[in-house]
Design a protein around this ligand. Structure first.
Ligand code: TYM
Length: 345
């Protein structure tokens, strides 16, 4: 055993999460991720947030649009309250340790694990022979993102839970294969009323930036009129809101709007039903639209302010990358020692 493997490391709490720069950030990204990331800065834990451009290219991206989307996402992080003096914010491709550890994890993870991932099945669809190899290996890169910082907590929306569980499996297999407790077993943090914001057109489907219908989602770049119109036109059933949560069980669209309201108002669905139960949607939807506009308008306007100074965004990302390197590089070096790669310098 090398020196690096002899002592069981104590893992201090560290948060890591990431978002793909693939355009059209949605209310789902905001409530399920961005807003929670900013709040975690107040919990006295080290926080590291990433723009995962290497994940984005698992499907083809127009180069100019990728650059634009990367800076837009950086602006969104900042507009949602991420403070680069308290958190590390950077884009993945600037820290090669992610790709280096991902390769090692490609050799630890099993093909069967990858093929079981629901996101792989959804995205590759029937034409999986034609999907990129990167799309299949995607969760191993995600495991590397997390474990290259020995992160212990991973705030995500419901749809990423399976990938964080796979990260735990990769960590456990590595530790077992090399007989050392080197990697932590990170916890997914999935909390609040909006861990799975659904489409405004179909309450059984996730709100997604890739949905062909723009009316299905609220984008962080939508103006007040667009937000109000999308909520007004959101699909619902003809019944008024029920008087208890039980009454939302078979009503996915109504439940979704109640959950969105609760998340925006920082309260619980129970409290929303206590206040609005019995109301028709003609009364509830305008209240929800006002809340959403009051919440999102300042973010949209801050985003465009940040985007007015691209060189400052690039400076923040570069500074974050330097700080990320300092944590990740020694962990990759130790990983190489553990698996028997010669280090001459
Ligand atoms: P991505 O870019 O699809 O989404 C970013 C974050 O937003 C959450 N989210 C939602 N939450 C609630 N309701 C929705 N409708 C909704 N849509 C998206 C996602 O759960 C996610 O938290 N693979 C990841 C990015 C990633 C990552 C990581 C995350 C790469 N490496 C390491 C955590 C740790 C992804 O594609 O997320």
């Amino acid at each position: 055993m090398t020196e690096a493997t002899s002592a069981a490391p104590a893992f201090s709490p560290r948060v890591f999460s990431g978002i793909q720069p693939s355009g059209n950030l949605t209310l789902g990204n905001y409530l399920g991720a961005l807003r929670r990331f900013a709040k975690m800065q107040d919990q006295g834990i080290e926080t590291i947030y990433c723009i995962v451009d290497m994940h984005a290219i698992t499907v083809w991206q127009d180069p100019a649009k990728l650059k634009q989307a990367t800076r837009e996402l950086a602006a969104a992080y900042l507009a949602c309250g991420l403070d680069p003096s308290r958190s590390i914010l950077f884009n993945q491709s600037q820290v090669p340790a992610h790709a280096q550890l991902a390769w090692i994890f490609n050799c630890v993870a099993r093909m069967g694990w990858m093929k079981r991932m629901t996101q792989w099945k959804d995205k590759a669809g029937k034409n999986s022979e034609n999907a990129s190899l990167g799309l299949l290996a995607y969760p191993a890169l995600m495991a590397a993102d997390i474990l290259v910082y020995h992160a212990t907590h991973v705030p995500v929306g419901e749809d990423q839970k399976q990938h964080v569980e796979l990260t735990r499996d990769i960590a456990a297999k590595f530790n077992n294969d090399f007989d050392t407790p080197f990697f932590p077993s990170p916890e997914p943090i999935i909390e609040g009323a909006a861990t799975r914001v659904m489409s405004l057109r179909d309450g059984t489907r996730k709100m997604s930036k890739s949905d062909p219908s723009d009316m299905s989602r609220i984008n962080l770049t939508d103006d007040a009129d667009a937000i109000a119109q999308k909520i007004r036109k959101a699909r619902t059933d003809p019944e008024p809101l029920p008087s208890d949560l039980e009454g939302l069980k078979e009503r996915p669209e109504a439940r979704n709007l109640v959950n969105i309201y609760a998340a925006l108002a920082d309260t619980t669905p129970e409290a929303v039903i206590a206040e609005h139960g019995g109301q028709p949607f003609s009364a509830f939807k305008p209240a929800l639209a006002d809340l959403a506009v009051a919440h999102l308008s300042p973010i949209t306007s801050k985003m465009s302010d940040y985007l007015g100074d691209v060189s400052e965004i690039d400076r923040v990302l570069g500074d974050g990358a330097d700080r990320a390197h300092a944590i990740a590089d020694p962990i990759v070096a130790q990983t190489r020692d553990i698996i028997g790669m010669v280090r001459s310098r």
